[in-house]
Design a protein around this ligand. Structure first.
Ligand code: ADP
Length: 366
């Protein structure tokens, strides 16, 4: 199959003629350098420090042991699951455990084949190339990745038309670790090139308490079990959210409450000021629920309709807002759209029995 030439005039930035028409609501942004840096400082470095995901960690341990014994690169690994559950963490732990080089990039950053080439040619033997948001890789880049993953070969097409020629480069055997929040959006040929596929799921409360306690230590913050439990209960099963709430609670304790220790009472006050309610819903989650319940009379409402009403990109709703609302039984997905459940009405204080009143949203002891 003829492949896109590697370089062509003006192939730098911007949408090309074949690109999809942009949606009126922008698509979800990738984590910025600030978010990545703040995640990095709290990331476990070794597999033994990774909390939870027992089955996945157990299988990874076997893969790593086998790789060390055989002295071969690890088979390509695909990690999928909602944002903030530890995909990047596991991807960084693997090369640390194997003592190999690590390169990191993302689907949206690889706009054209020429962006991928340096990563492939720089990949040392046995090293790991981590591609975050791999479902957002443009098809032209994906085509260059296939032979690289399968045969450790890079076919460069230089020039165009009658002057086009292909140069084949042999690459060092290496491992691609792909991370995606949407494994369903991956093309079948790309998905098939991953030997190992692992899905990460939301964390249990005791696991999140452990993560919060360890990370409070890394931040130099004293925290008691009740304070850690309060954050663990309200972070929607997601370590990144737990970290964000922990950082906020630390600021609150220092500046507002003038407390040395983040105890239960201080954590509750901090989370109430941040408008994180007793189920862990934040302002955006409640706006979603309120819109579904009040504007659309509980639904069904389509994703695009909700996205326009809320002025939030549909993929942000699908990746970051809906997974928890679905898991918490507040929203249902039906063929005709999203519907609010009785629990959602109740949570907003609108249920038939009135449920918890809005003033109790932030405190589950009421
Ligand atoms: P993702 O790549 O899935 O969006 P990350 O790996 O960046 O998520 O995780 C975000 C943060 O959550 C990390 O910096 C780390 O502090 C914490 N974290 C995630 N998973 C774990 C885990 N299993 N054990 C301990 N901390 C974790």
């Amino acid at each position: 199959m003829p492949r896109e030439p590697l370089y062509r005039d003006g192939d730098e930035e911007g949408a090309g003629p074949g690109d999809p028409v942009p949606s009126p609501v922008p698509s979800a942004p990738s984590p910025g350098p600030d978010e990545r840096a703040s995640d990095d400082s709290l990331r476990p470095r070794r597999l033994a420090d990774v909390v939870g995901q027992k089955a996945v960690v157990g299988r990874l341990q076997i893969m790593l042991d086998a790789t060390r014994r055989r002295r071969e690169p690890l088979g390509h690994l695909l990690l999928d699951g909602p944002p903030g559950l530890g995909k990047t963490t596991l991807a960084t732990v693997v090369p640390a455990e194997l003592g190999v080089d690590f390169q990191i990039t993302s689907g949206p950053a690889l706009k054209a084949p020429k962006d991928l080439v340096p990563y492939l040619t720089n990949a040392a033997e046995g090293s790991v190339l981590f591609i975050d948001e791999i479902h957002r890789l443009p098809p032209t880049v994906e085509e260059y990745l296939y032979p690289a993953m399968e045969d450790f070969r890079l076919d460069l097409v230089l020039g165009e038309g009658v002057n086009a020629r292909t140069v084949s480069l042999t690459l060092k055997p290496f491992t691609v670790i792909g991370a995606t929040t949407r494994s369903g959006m991956l093309t079948a040929p790309l998905r098939d090139r991953f030997v190992h596929r692992e899905s990460l799921t939301h964390y249990a409360e005791d696991e999140l308490s452990r993560i919060v306690t360890v990370n409070a230590g890394k931040l130099g913050l004293a925290i008691d079990a009740e304070g850690a439990g309060e954050i663990a209960r309200r972070c929607r099963g997601t370590p990144r959210r737990a970290n964000n709430l922990l950082r906020w609670s630390r600021d609150f304790a220092e500046v507002h409450a003038k407390r040395q220790t983040l105890d239960g009472e201080t954590a509750r006050a901090a989370l109430a000021m941040r408008e994180v309610d007793r189920l862990g819903l934040d302002e955006q989650d409640r706006r979603y629920l309120t819109t579904l319940v009040k504007t659309f009379s509980g639904g069904p409402a389509g994703l695009q309709t909700l996205s326009h009403s809320l002025a939030v990109p549909p993929d942000t709703l699908e990746d970051e807002v809906e997974p928890f609302l679905l898991r918490a039984g507040l929203v249902k997905r039906t063929p005709r759209g999203r519907t609010a459940t009785a629990a959602a009405f109740e949570h907003l204080g609108l249920g038939p029995d009135q449920g918890p009143q809005p003033e109790n949203l932030f405190d589950d002891r009421a």
